[in-house]
Design a protein around this ligand. Structure first.
Ligand code: RNT
Ligand code: ZN
Length: 417
């Protein structure tokens, strides 16, 4: 018997005493798909043009080996997925088109993503999508869909419509629903006089984009809010209130990005409310450090709280879990592996909790036991369950993946110019 098996058996017995069935937990965990974001692989550059990254987001670092072609990106993604247990999704952005044709955002068609789709099918991956409302000359004076200039709005409306067609195509081809997420950076650096009219313009533009019904089994639209961005510090048109209202009245998924709120405000505390009223939730699991810095997701309190909220409230079925971070100071494949595995681990930890019992304890008013037991649970051998899961899924156990990533860095990444 392997050491891992033995430790798992012990952990299994320990959790069983709490009434937690680790076998059932691992089955459930294995069904959760994480949508890994392509843009960690090349610092949000994409393949549309050489435009600088704009839209108030920023990547720092120049770690060697960033992918410069779709083929390199796919190679890196394969390396990362090989170290992540389970079957997942890939989250693409419009600027990641793979074509020889010279096309702009308002001319995109499904065929420009054919190579991604056939690769995803081959790999057994689902696909998600995002129209790109940044890094483009039509991002004018900080505005896209909410621009006061009708021709600017029109360009982006056309892009949005085309993105939806592409998402529907991806969903149809892969047989898994493709979540199409709309985030626009529009806003003002300094205090605006008129906060209302840009929001009204954004609402109208979105309504135009979403006018056509597309099959819900192929694609679902999501809308992502934000508090501020670089250069849009004073006012962001697509705020949380804006998209709560928009998403609820238009039956869209509402996307919560962990970095898009005030520094002490957490998305974990929003999930239960949103779940009561929204069609569904999209998460951008990220890690803000002092601002929306998009650091790699670590096993911090908020990540664990997000996991608990999803599990305790049974929200996994109506939640689509995506990642959103970009760090160019470390190996980018490692960034994916660390962030994705952490997100899975946080869910596993939550699933290993005797949540029904905890709910009863709370209802009975025994807050002493609630505190004592939740603290005690922190010492439970969840890692033994995780290691067993990794082994049974044929992916590296513990830190073994790092050796593989270092080898990959030496043999593949360092060869890149
Ligand atoms: C920006 C948003 C958005 C982007 C991606 C690249 O603040 O979080 O989701 O990070 O679209
Ligand atoms: Zn985001």
């Amino acid at each position: 018997m392997t050491n891992i098996q033995q430790r798992y058996d012990e952990a299994k017995a320990k959790y069983a005493k709490l009434g937690v069935d680790t076998e059932a937990v691992l089955k459930k965990l294995n069904e959760v798909k994480i949508s890994m974001h392509v843009w960690q692989g090349d610092d949000v550059k994409g393949f549309l043009s050489d435009e600088e990254l704009s839209g108030g987001i920023s990547v720092t670092g120049n770690y060697p080996g960033a992918a410069t072609t779709p083929a390199e990106l796919r190679q890196d993604l394969e390396a990362a997925y090989a170290m992540i247990p389970g079957k997942h999704k890939l989250n693409l952005h419009a600027i990641y088109l793979d074509t020889e044709e010279d096309v702009d955002l308002d001319q995109l068609e499904p065929k420009h993503f054919e190579k991604w789709v056939s690769w995803a099918k081959e790999q057994g991956l689902g696909l998600d999508f995002n129209p790109t409302f940044f890094s483009h000359p039509m991002f004018k004076d900080g505005f896209t869909l909410a621009s006061p200039d009708a021709s600017v709005r029109q360009f982006w409306i056309e892009h949005g419509k085309r993105a939806r067609k592409i998402a529907a195509y991806m969903g149809q081809e892969t047989g898994q629903v493709c979540v199409n997420n709309f985030w626009v950076p529009d806003g003002y650096k300094d205090n605006p006089i008129d906060r209302f009219t840009p929001r009204e313009r954004l609402m109208t533009a979105l309504d135009e984009i979403f006018a056509e019904e597309l099959p819900a089994e192929y694609t679902l639209d999501a809308v992502e809010s934000k508090l501020f961005g670089l250069g849009a510090e004073a006012y962001t048109v697509g705020s949380h209130e804006f998209y709560m209202g928009y998403g609820l009245t238009r039956d869209k998924l509402i996307c919560l990005d962990a970095g898009h709120f005030h520094p002490t405000e957490v998305i974990s505390n929003k999930l239960s409310s949103l779940a009561l009223f929204s069609k569904g939730i999209l998460l951008h699991v990220s890690r803000p450090v002092r601002w929306d810095s998009d650091h790699v997701v670590i096993m911090d309190d908020e990540l664990q709280e997000i996991g608990r909220e999803l599990v305790r409230n049974d929200l996994l079925a109506k939640t689509h879990i995506g990642l959103d971070f970009f760090d160019a100071t470390i190996n980018r494949v490692a960034a994916w592996v660390i962030g994705t595995r952490n997100t899975q681990k946080a869910l596993l930890k939550a699933m290993l909790e005797p949540s029904d019992e905890l709910k009863e304890i709370e209802l009975s008013g025994d807050f002493t036991t609630r505190l004592a037991l939740t603290e005690e649970l922190k010492d439970y051998p969840f890692a033994d369950v995780w290691n067993y899961y990794c082994e049974s899924q044929g992916v590296p156990v513990g830190l073994d993946w790092l050796t593989t990533v270092k080898e990959y860095e030496e043999t593949v990444l360092q060869e890149r110019k």
